[in-house]
Design a protein around this ligand. Structure first.
Ligand code: HEC
Ligand code: HEC
Length: 86
């Protein structure tokens, strides 16, 4: 599932996950970065679109049966709205 985020957005783990202060290792449980919170909302939105508009019964992020996923909109970009970066 997490690998789909990297491919879909063209980012690495540190884009969403904050570093620990001392070790500079990523603290995966931390919600310090806004990108992680946005990603969680994006997951809910993606599930919602598949369920409500494409009538999938049990959509799961990372499932190959999804009609739309992160890549559908992001296409390898973190900001799909920024046309000049594409
Ligand atoms: C686009 C944002 C994004 C990227 C990039 C991303 N993650 Fe995550 N990750 C999340 C979100 C959001 C959650 C929490 C999911 C939830 O709440 O159900 C999460 C949860 C996790 C967790 C579980 C943490 C816990 O609560 O115990 C691990 C481990 C993790 N990610 C590892 C990775 C690794 C390794 C990478 C890079 C290969 C990565 N993530 C890249 C957004 C991201
Ligand atoms: C229906 C289209 C669509 C889908 C599907 C979608 N996104 Fe997004 N996402 C967007 C748009 C548009 C933006 C930019 C919003 C803005 O610029 O305010 C965005 C922004 C984001 C951001 C914030 C980037 C930043 O730097 O602020 C993250 C993180 C993100 N999306 C993660 C995801 C993940 C993870 C998924 C799959 C679970 C996903 N998105 C699925 C359209 C989508």
């Amino acid at each position: 599932m997490i690998d789909d985020f990297e491919d879909g957005l063209g980012v690495s783990c540190g884009f969403c996950h904050a570093e620990e202060k001392d070790s500079q290792k990523l603290d995966y449980a931390s919600d310090a970065k806004p990108e992680k919170k946005i990603a969680r909302l994006m997951m809910q939105m993606t599930i919602g679109i598949n369920k409500n508009y494409f009538k999938l019964k049990h959509p799961l992020i990372g499932d190959s049966t999804l009609v739309i996923n992160c890549t559908t909109c992001h296409n390898g970009q973190p900001h799909p709205g920024d046309l000049e970066t594409q």
